[in-house]
Ligand binder design. Structure first.
Ligand SMILES: [Zn+2]
Length: 180
């Protein structure tokens, strides 16, 4: 309700003649609910006990997970792809769809891409206690492409690695993720 009220005030500032301001503000508030739903989620709950045992002891990757986020500096959209991987410890693995849900859990917040990349890695570390985690995130920030310097198509790339993925495996992870 509060958000609705404030959005309405913003619309009135931008276009005092807008007679649809009330309806628009309701729609905007509803979209905000979706955009920032991550604040009502916890990575541990998102994973929902979808843990399994497997003989797999090599690198597992889910790549090109599309995400939408908003930068905390301009509240403008960030759209891109995240690829995440881990090396299971003692065969402990997680359902593939949960990896995508973990990305959403952090993307649906006001974000810094750098922080989001680290948060994803830390969440997997605490959920799986794996031997290593890697994340590669590519995002187009609308605050760069549609305002200010207006550099459309410029992609912001962040990576973060932990445990064994900090070593030689990091190169293998990046090769898989970048399709080389
Ligand atoms: Zn920004």
């Amino acid at each position: 309700m509060e958000i609705e009220k404030h959005i309405q005030a913003i619309i009135k500032e931008i276009d005092p003649s807008d007679e649809e301001a009330e309806k628009t503000s309701k729609r905007v508030a509803k979209s905000y609910e979706e955009f920032f739903h991550g604040y009502r989620e916890e990575a541990s709950k998102v994973a929902d006990d979808a843990f399994y045992k497997s003989e797999m002891n090599d690198l597992i990757i889910l790549k090109n997970i599309p995400f939408e986020s908003h930068c905390e500096h301009h509240i403008s959209p960030i759209v891109g792809f995240a690829s995440i991987g881990y090396i299971p410890n003692d065969g402990r693995i997680i359902g593939a769809s949960k990896l995508a849900r973990i990305v959403d859990c952090f993307a649906r917040r006001l974000q810094l891409q750098e922080r989001m990349t680290i948060e994803i890695v830390r969440a997997l570390e605490s959920l799986l206690k794996p031997k290593g985690v890697g994340a590669y995130v590519e995002g187009e920030h609308f605050c760069i492409s549609h305002r200010g310097v207006k550099k459309q198509g410029a992609k912001f790339v962040t990576r973060y690695f932990s445990g064994e993925l900090k070593g030689d495996l990091r190169r293998e992870f990046l090769a898989s993720v970048l399709g080389k």
